[in-house]
Design a protein around this ligand. Structure first.
Ligand code: SF4
Length: 187
């Protein structure tokens, strides 16, 4: 099958791509209007593109408009569970639209390699997005491959971000790092 593979970043692409490219034709779709600021978005996109281009992979960029993300999470910006479910839906819908436009048969995502994401919510959002476009939904829990993805991305010298992508996730990550620093100082 020809698969539109949603990719959130270069490091998360490595392992799912290996698994899927063994049996499918892959189009990598960078559909991430959640990422702010724009400089961070470009850095993640360019990291992914460089890695994919070196391997002769086709990559496509969906519309980058952070207002799409803001509209999708309006009213739930400070509620991580619901906010993330809506964010997955937005990005997987964008990817499914690109996949349909490019004549793909199936939809998948690299999001499920991350232990920081909600696998069940990703599965539900992807299934619905694929169904809307008449695509097959290919989901696999890639979390067991996360340590290898980390190792390989470090070895490749890839840029590795320190927060998920949206402004609240940056604030949450900053808070968590400050909390850990304070804890270390208390020891
Ligand atoms: S934390 Fe990550 S998945 Fe959740 S809304 Fe923000 S960018 Fe999206």
């Amino acid at each position: 099958m020809k698969v539109a593979l949603h990719a959130c970043c270069g490091p998360c692409l490595i392992e799912p791509l290996d698994a899927l490219a063994e049996i499918h034709e892959i189009v990598v779709v960078f559909a991430n209007p959640n990422i702010q600021p724009a400089e961070e978005y470009k850095r993640r996109r360019d990291t992914l593109r460089e890695w994919a281009n070196e391997r002769g992979l086709e990559t496509v960029e969906a519309e980058y408009d952070p207002e799409l993300w803001e509209a999708a999470v309006a009213g739930v910006r400070d509620q991580p569970g619901t906010r993330c479910r809506r964010c997955y839906t937005l990005r997987l819908r964008q990817t499914a639209a690109e996949g349909a436009r490019l004549g793909c048969d199936a939809l998948s995502t690299t999001l499920s390699v991350s232990p920081y994401q909600d696998g069940a919510a990703i599965d539900a959002a992807g299934r619905a997005a694929a169904s809307e476009r008449g695509l097959v939904w290919l989901f696999e829990d890639y979390r067991p491959r996360y340590p290898e993805a980390t190792r390989r991305s470090r070895e490749a010298g890839m840029y590795r971000q320190v927060y998920c992508g949206c402004p609240p996730s940056k604030a949450e990550a900053d808070e968590e790092r400050a909390r850990r620093r304070a804890e270390r100082r208390r020891r």
